[in-house]
Design a protein around this ligand. Sequence first.
Ligand code: ARG
Length: 486
Amino acid sequence: MQAKPSATSAPSAVSASSGWSGRFDEPVAEIVKRYTASIPFDYRLAEFDIAGSLAHARMLAAVGVITAQDLADIERGMATIKDEIASGQFEWSLDLEDVHFNVEMRLTKLVGDAGKRLHTGRSRNDQVATDVRLYTRAACDQIAHLLVKLQFAFVALAEQHTDTIVPGFTHLQVAMPVTLGHHLMAYVEMFARDNERILDCRKRVNRSPLGAAALAGTTFPIDREMTAKELGFDAVCRNSLDAVSDRDFAIEFLNACTITMMHLSRMSEELILWMSPRFGFIDIADRFCTGSSIMPQKKNPDVAELVRGKMARVQGHLVALTTLMKGQPLTYNKDNQEDKEPLFDTVETITQTLIIYADMIGGIRVKADKMRAAASEGFATATDLADYLVRKGVPFRDSHECVARAVKAAEVKGVDLADLSLAELQTFSSVITDDVFASLTLEGSVAARKHIGGTAPDRVRAEIALAKARLAALDAVGAVPPRSPA
Ligand code: ARG
C-alpha cells in the first residue's frame, strides 16, 4: 500500500507548475482546493496511471511525436517515481489536485522537457478513464480468484457433510429434510454464477479509452491499438465521446459485487440463526466471534453480522454510481470524480469479506445431532408419505388430504408421523402396509431424491466431484495475481 497523501498538506497559491493555472487571475480558494481535489483517494490509481503514461509515451515515440530520447527520459523518470511511491518517499501534494498531475509534475521535475511532452495528444479525461478501467480489471481478477477459493471452502465442508441431515426450510418452518452438503452446495451454485458475472463484466471493463483525449480525439497521428495492446486491453472504445464519459463498466462491476455480497449476507443470516442457541446447529470458531462486555455467557457471530451490514454499504455504492451518471450530459463532467470512492471502498470491502469468509467457513463446527433432531420435528416427511400413497395408486390430491389428516392426528397425540402405529396409519388409507416406515425415515426421505439437483447423499457427492473439477480448471487458468489493486 502506498503512503496516503495528507489531506491537510499546506496548499499554497496557484502554483506555476499546476496543470492549468495560466488563465487564472487569482488562486483557487483553500476550501475549494480541498473540495475539488481527488488526491486523498485517487493515489490508489498511481500504478495504473504510470502504466498508462508509459504506454502512451511509447506510442508517441513510435509514431514520431516525441523522440527516442524523450521516451528514454520518461521511462527513467517513471521508474524513479515508482520506487518513490513503493518506498513511501513520494510527496503527494494537494495543490496538484489529483494523481495524474502529481505524477506528471514530479516527472517533469525529474526529467525536464520530456515530462512536459508526455501529455501531448491526451487529456486527463481519457487518462482517468484508462486508469479506472485498469484498476477495475485488476479487481475483477482478484475477486474471481477469491471466489474460487471461497467455493473450495464450501465444497470442503459439504464433502464432510454429504450424509448429515438438516431441516430444509420454507417460510423458516421445517419443510423437508435435506442434507447439509446439499444446502452448502446451493451457495457454491451462487458463487459460481458470481464468478461468471465478474468475468463477463471484465470483458466490457477491458476496453481502452486512451486516445479519446478530452472528448473529440486528437490531431496527432496516434495509434490507439498499440496502447490498447500494451496495456492488455482486448479492444479500443470506438467513440471518443463515449470513451471519456462511460462508467457503465464500473456500474456493472458494482452490481456484480452487490450480488456477491447479497449471497454472503444470506449465508450470514443462516449462520447467525444456526449459531443461536435456539437452533444450536453450529459453532463458529472463536477467532470470528466476540464476547459481550456485560454478559459473560455470550459469544456473538460478529463477522457474519458485519457481512450482512457491509452488503448494505456496497449496495449503497451501486446506487450512488447509477445516480451519479443519470443526469450527466456528454461528455466528461467533474461529477465523474465521485465514481472513485464508491469503487475503491467496494473493492476493499468485498476483498476482505471474501478472504475472511473462506476462513470462517473452514472453521465451522457442525452439531449434526442437533440438526437431525430439528429435522425430526415438524412432520418433515409428510410429503414422503403422500408420495408413498401415490406409488400405491392414490391420486396425489387425495393422498395429500389423507396425509394432512394423519399429521393432524399425530399433532394431537404429540408424536411424529413415524411414531404412529401401522394400524393408526391405516385409518387414513387402507393401501398403507408396513413398508411405509422406510419412507418416513429422514435417511429414506433424502436418499429417494436422487435426480439431478436432488438432496440424496449420492447425488451430492456427484455434484461435489463436478464442482471440484470445475474449480480446479478455473484455478489453473485463473492465474490471478493474488494482490490488492488498491
Ligand atoms: N481527478 C479527475 C477525476 O477523477 C481527473 C479528470 C479531470 N478532468 C477534468 N476535465 N477536470 O475525474
